[in-house]
Write a protein that binds this ligand. Sequence first.
Ligand code: GCU
Length: 673
Amino acid sequence: WMRYDTLADANAQAWRSSINTVVIPGDSPTMRAILAELVPALSGLLGKSIAASANNTLADGTLVVGTPSTSSAIASLQLRDALAKVGDEGFLIRSEKIDGRSVTVIAASTELGALYGAFHFLRLVQTQPASGNLNISEKPRFLFRLLNHWDNLDGSIERGYAGQSLWKWNELPGTIDPRLTDYARASASLGINGAVLNNVNADAKSLTPEYLRKAAAIADVFRPYGVRVYLVPRFSAPIEIDGLETADPLDPKVAAWWKAKTDEIYKLIPDFGGYLVKANSEGQPGPMTYGRTHADGANMLAAAVARYGGIVMWRAFIYDPVPGSDRAAEAYNTLKPFDGKFAPNVILQVKNGPVDFMPREPFHPIFGSMPHTQVMPEVQITQEYLGHSNSIAFLATMWREFLDSDTYAKGPGSTVTRVVDGRLYGQTLTAIAGVANTGDDRNWTGHHLAQANWFAYGRLAWNPDMSAREIADEWTEMTLTHDRKSVDEIVRLLLESREAVVNYEMPLGLAHLMDNPHYGPGPWGYPVARPDWSPVYYHRAANDGIGFDRTATGTNAVAQYHEPLRSRYADLSTCPDDMLLWFHHVPWTYKMRSGRTLWDELCLRYQRGVDWTGDARKRWDALAGIIDAERHTAVARKLVIQQRDAKWWRDAGLLYFQTFSKQPFPADVDQPT
Ligand code: GCU
């Protein structure tokens, strides 16, 4: 979306005549970054050379960018109140007359705000009609807008499908890959202001002086773009790095170790953001290893960073292989007793759903259930369970569904968005995290269209009210084509894509049906270290039906939701089809709303997903010539794989489930082979 190819239509002509020069006074790294972005970008987009000037001379068609302190022209506009309203990271974009000249102004209180305004302006030029009456004010809704990189120190990326890590740990700090700057530009263009550099399954080595110097070199590159660096500490690091006898968070020696380590980090990275912690989950050490609680662990680390204004994001992704337990209910049961017990600079980082980034899950019941705890969502941009980088699955629709979910915590309208953006409970530290889908592949994300998910995440982190359609439209225009008919077609494909994957992978509320690399189908199960990692634990298919009974006759996890949602989910007759088998174990012959039996409906959903992939191929092929051949062909090839995979999922799922349902395939479904 930062190609800046020349715009060609009539609208472009209007933009072309309204911008001639840019005036960007100031010589800080951020002001230089703005200049370095705007001049080539506008020259490219407008197809003419844009002169840059650092002095404050204005002419008609000047674009002025800065703050009241860097620009006398901006200072002269008396924008104090308007700027105060948009806060530290917001900006104003206005058409103004200064000394009789018609100019465009991008103004902010801080240089970072000006940078965000510059990127917003570039987006306007690419997606909106030219206007001589601009009057825009924007500010982000979340304070912390982070990407989480599950990058290992050996260069691999856990659940990464776009090559190796962008952080070349071997080469750092001596050699700085120029792509680090491009990564920071792309992230900042969306307003992303933080990057957690290392995997949540952390290696203690990331906190050694050697690796901290490498992280500091990355932070130096990111700093002008406002992307702050965060790290995942391994909870047992005091033992592993310095030979302490314990990592008990209540041991004063341990707390002192973390303080000293944190001092060391801040010396190297003065704007270090803080820690993200995965503790006592999937084999990671944590406070419970030492007989302490999650709150004890989080608060000990919080005290170490609080002195510098840093934060601790404590992950709620915790579950144990307790026989008979329901994984979906565990995090809530473990953490809810600690509501109100976390330090003021701790935020509980909660995955969107209670199990694990499945193609569809209900929202996590912790949202709206811990009113005295700061809570932030974690979504997954990398497509661990949605076809890796071989499938189109535009995730803005999924995140929209999640953010719009009504928790009913304080009556109707208590949406997840309002829980996490501070409106419902007055939470002050608001944040959102996305598990990145970037890597060192030439196209950044493995699949050209998966870039749209990085983009969508950033846009929603800035404004969680944006519609999936608006986001898809912006991205397509900026990245692929301005041809309206083609944009509409691509947007339709994007918007349909996630539901298609749900249909051919895990329809009707089924979950966790994948094989071990989390790519293809594996509903029959396979040897796993723990029962709650096996697909059979989740689908519970048997001769009497399929699905996980989470109502009072089962695990009663549904009781974690507020009324009236609890009853709506718990009652078979009101539970939405999309969540049916998440909450209920349903007989194969159960009559669905459609009038079909459950078995027939299941077959139909799988078929619908497969049909979409065939249809998508045809529609994409018809776009040949609209988009450059290289990207067009690359996506077309991926769609061939996606269609193959969809059939694989359908055939595997249906043939396996048929061994229980003992029902024939309905006539309107292709016979699986
Ligand atoms: C999933 C994923 C793991 C990851 C974990 C997490 O289980 O498969 O690779 O470590 O989530 O979010 O911590």
